[in-house]
Design a protein around this ligand. Structure first.
Ligand SMILES: Nc1ncnc2c1ncn2[C@@H]1O[C@H](COP(=O)(O)OP(=O)(O)O)[C@@H](O)[C@H]1O
Ligand SMILES: [Mg+2]
Length: 289
């Protein structure tokens, strides 16, 4: 086992790892389990040596660099949850181990475990999915109302932080709404930040256009309509939406438009180039618009 506890003491890290032995994980990520203990989130992974899906990072040189950048951002007040330390088995194929992070406060912006029901409809060409159940329906309606009530100042901060994180060449995974947390006092927070943007690894790829990415990514709190170019896999398929009655669909559309307006206002205030905002608007189709 190699252990690198960069921003926490070994004496604090070890009890966390011991406790995991008798816990059931709170969440299941794509390739591991997540344990939430007090101020900490401990993520088990089998792929610590892989950055950005395909790029190998056997010595974890790039991972260490991500950790340094996150710590600096957090020190500057950006709500990117820092990685405090990790341990792993250097002999394992892709790096099996644990990442200890600061735990985000509040809740996932949207619970992907529930929203995936809509995505299954969108991505299923056979269109033979079971209908959306009552609990999932209620969740979507209630949570969308909740997000639409978040104060504008928190949206402003959200867009500012997206731009700051991307500006340091850290990759934000916008495909999952569960990679963003929200808490009434803390505002939006960012997790699942384990890699740099592609261009960092490959000189062949042009340097990422921070404003272009920020402009598209800032709409992640919205729901999208079929035909959207960005966020296509998550669009709310018409057939899935038949589970809702007319009044519910109308309410969802109205709340979603309020969210969209807040994202757009925040973008205009953020300093992102107007041309990038225009281009992003051409690539998204907002549900209810
Ligand atoms: N730092 C954290 N604070 C709070 N919850 C977390 C944290 N890290 C992970 N989680 C929870 O575990 C889930 C999966 O973790 P994540 O790092 O996003 O893995 P994946 O790459 O599989 O999406 C998250 O959506 C969140 O609910
Ligand atoms: Mg995630």
């Amino acid at each position: 086992m190699i252990q690198r506890y960069r921003f926490l003491d070994e004496k604090d890290a070890l009890p966390l790892l011991e406790r995991i032995g008798d816990m059931t994980p709170e969440k299941h990520g794509v390739d591991g389990q997540v344990y939430l203990i007090g101020e900490y989130a401990v993520v088990h992974t089998n792929r610590l040596k892989l950055r950005n899906v395909v790029f190998r990072d056997d010595g974890l040189v790039f991972f260490d660099d991500v950790i340094d950048r996150l710590a600096r951002l957090y020190g500057e007040g950006v709500q990117a949850m820092p990685i405090l330390g990790y341990c792993y088995d250097p002999g394992s194929a892709d790096g099996e181990g644990y990442i200890i992070q600061r735990r985000a406060k509040g809740e996932e912006l949207y619970d992907d475990a529930l929203l995936c029901r809509f995505e299954e409809w969108t991505q299923d060409e056979e269109e033979n999915q079971p209908p959306i159940g009552a609990a999932v329906k209620d969740y979507l309606l209630e949570r969308t109302r909740f997000v639409s009530d978040i104060p504008q100042a928190h949206f402003d901060r959200f867009v500012h932080d997206i731009r700051a994180i991307l500006g340091r060449e850290i990759l934000i995974d916008f495909q999952g709404k569960s990679n963003f947390f929200y808490h009434e006092a803390e505002g939006f927070q960012f997790i699942d930040l384990n890699a740099h943007v592609d261009s960092f690894y490959d000189a062949q790829i042009e340097r990422a256009d921070v404003d272009a990415w920020t402009a598209v990514g800032s709409f992640v709190p919205c729901h999208f309509a079929p035909g959207t170019e960005a966020f296509a896999p998550t669009a709310l398929a018409d057939r899935a939406m038949q589970a809702f009655d007319e009044a519910q669909r109308e309410r969802l559309a109205q709340d979603n438009l309020r969210i969209f307006e807040k994202c757009l206002t925040a973008l205009h205030r953020s300093g992102v180039a107007e041309g990038s905002i225009e281009t992003a608007l051409g690539r998204i189709k907002i549900y209810g618009q």
